[in-house]
Write a protein that binds this ligand. Structure first.
Ligand code: DHK
Length: 151
C-alpha cells in the first residue's frame, strides 16, 4: 500500500504564528508547528507536503494541482476562510477528504469569523486546539484515507 499523501495548506499570515506571545495563537512558531506535523505524519507512515502562502491564487493553484497526486488535503485558510468563494470552489472540485483546521475556536471570536466558506467543502473541522489540533487533524486524515481505500 502506498503511503497516504497529505497536503497541508496554510493561508495568509499563518507564518506569523508564535511571534506575539500575548496574541491569540500562542508561542509555538510556524516552523515548530510544521515540525510537529511532520513528526506525526512520519509516525503514521504518511508523506506530508506542508505549505503556506499569503496569496489566494497561489493557494487555489495548489488545491487544483493536488487533485492529481494527493490523497487528502488539510487547510487553514486563515483570513480567506471568510472571504474566498474562489478557494471554496477549488476545494469543492478536489473530490477527496478535506479537513479544515483553525488554531483558535473561531466561534468564540468576532462574528465575522463565524461563517467559514471552506466548511462547505470540508469533511470535518478541527478548531480551538492550537498546534495540537494540527497533529490531530493529520491523524484523522490518515484514517479517512484508509477508509476510502477500504471502500
Ligand atoms: C487563523 C487566522 O489567521 C485568522 O484569520 C482566522 C485562524 C483564524 C486560526 O484560528 O487558525 O480567523
Amino acid at each position: 500500500m502506498t503511503p497516504p499523501r497529505l497536503l497541508f495548506l496554510n493561508g495568509p499570515n499563518a507564518n506569523l504564528y508564535g511571534l506575539d506571545a500575548k496574541g491569540t495563537y500562542g508561542t509555538e512558531s510556524f516552523p515548530q508547528i510544521e515540525a510537529r506535523c511532520r513528526a506525526q505524519a512520519d509516525r503514521l507512515g504518511a508523506s506530508l507536503d506542508f505549505r503556506q502562502s499569503n496569496h489566494e491564487g497561489e493557494l487555489i493553484d495548489w488545491v487544483q494541482a493536488a487533485r492529481k497526486d494527493t490523497d487528502g488535503l488539510l487547510i487553514n485558510g486563515a483570513g480567506l476562510t471568510y472571504t474566498s468563494i474562489a478557494l471554496l470552489d477549488a476545494l469543492l472540485a478536489y473530490e477527496k477528504p478535506i479537513i479544515e483546521v483553525h488554531m483558535s475556536n473561531i466561534y468564540k471570536r468576532e462574528p465575522f469569523r463565524h461563517h467559514s466558506f471552506i466548511s462547505k467543502a470540508a469533511t470535518g473541522i478541527v478548531a480551538g486546539l492550537g498546534p495540537l489540533g494540527y497533529e490531530l487533524a493529520i491523524t484523522a486524515m490518515v484514517q479517512l484515507i484508509e477508509k476510502v481505500r477500504q471502500a
